[in-house]
Design a protein around this ligand. Structure first.
Ligand code: SF4
Length: 255
């Protein structure tokens, strides 16, 4: 397999950004194609990392694999560290793994993940050019005794978030993307602090300074794909946000 350099990935992104993609041309539904067919295997993407970032992420992933800092670690089936390019310009952050992610060890691989793939494609991005992670790395379950039960998901508790968020800060500090996109209310609240509801803050540019990076990164809150599955009327807001993201990235895209 030919490994892409960071510059080649950026050129590919720029080509994608130049493609004219209108909302009406994009079928934003949870498609039939399996997310795993398009996803970069974690090791594959990280191996292309410049400057040892990939190796550092792999080391961090090993720490997460062994982590038992909160009770979720002894209940989940698989740790869900993150997927994508370690040279990503954009990091998407969700709240935590669900049933499918717990079984496969990869973020956003269920119906929400398929929809996220479509959203990425609509602005010329893919799992190979962005990075995707969650606030917590292990599956928060309503009934921790039955990980095989579907619909057994819940938002992470404050103490679970407090135990785990250092891993996300480290991922963000290592990758140092130009933009963080939070998906849903929980991810926005954790990185921006409690305040206005997601319906008010989505689409409004903010900043977040990951611990250890020493500077702030641009942050764009938007809705979680699961919210779009429940309420398709929200798609137009997310499309507005994705166009803003595309414009931000295009401002300094290489020729
Ligand atoms: S959720 Fe995070 S802190 Fe808790 S066990 Fe998993 S990796 Fe560790």
């Amino acid at each position: 397999m030919t490994e892409k350099t960071g510059k080649e990935e950026l050129r590919e992104l720029a080509r994608g950004l130049r493609r004219r993609v209108e909302f009406g041309d994009v079928e934003w539904s949870a498609g039939s194609a399996r997310a795993s067919e398009r996803a970069a295997a974690p090791g594959e993407a990280l191996a292309a990392a410049p400057g040892g970032v990939g190796a550092a992420l792999e080391g961090l992933a090993s720490q997460v694999e062994a982590c038992r800092k909160c009770p979720l670690g002894s209940r989940r089936l698989r740790a869900v560290f993150g997927v994508g390019s370690s040279a990503a310009e954009v990091v998407f952050v969700g709240e935590g793994p669900g049933f499918e992610e717990d079984h496969r060890g990869e973020p956003f691989v269920g119906r929400s993940g398929q929809l996220l793939d479509r959203i990425l494609e609509s602005i010329g991005l893919s799992r190979k050019t962005v990075y995707i992670a969650n606030i917590v790395k292990c599956h928060p379950m309503v009934d921790a005794s039955d990980p095989e039960k579907r619909g057994n998901d819940r938002p992470p508790a404050p103490e679970e978030i407090a135990a785990c968020r250092g891993y996300l800060d480290r991922q963000l500090s290592l990758i140092a993307p130009r933009v963080i996109v939070t998906l849903g209310a929980v991810a926005a609240r954790v990185l921006l602090g409690p305040g206005e509801p997601i319906t008010r803050i989505r689409g409004r540019w903010r900043q977040y300074a990951p611990e250890g990076l020493g500077r702030a990164l641009k942050l764009l809150p938007t809705f979680h794909p699961a919210a779009l599955l429940r309420n398709p009327a929200l798609k137009k807001d997310v499309w507005t946000d994705m166009k803003a993201l595309r414009e931000e990235l295009a401002q300094s895209a290489p020729e």
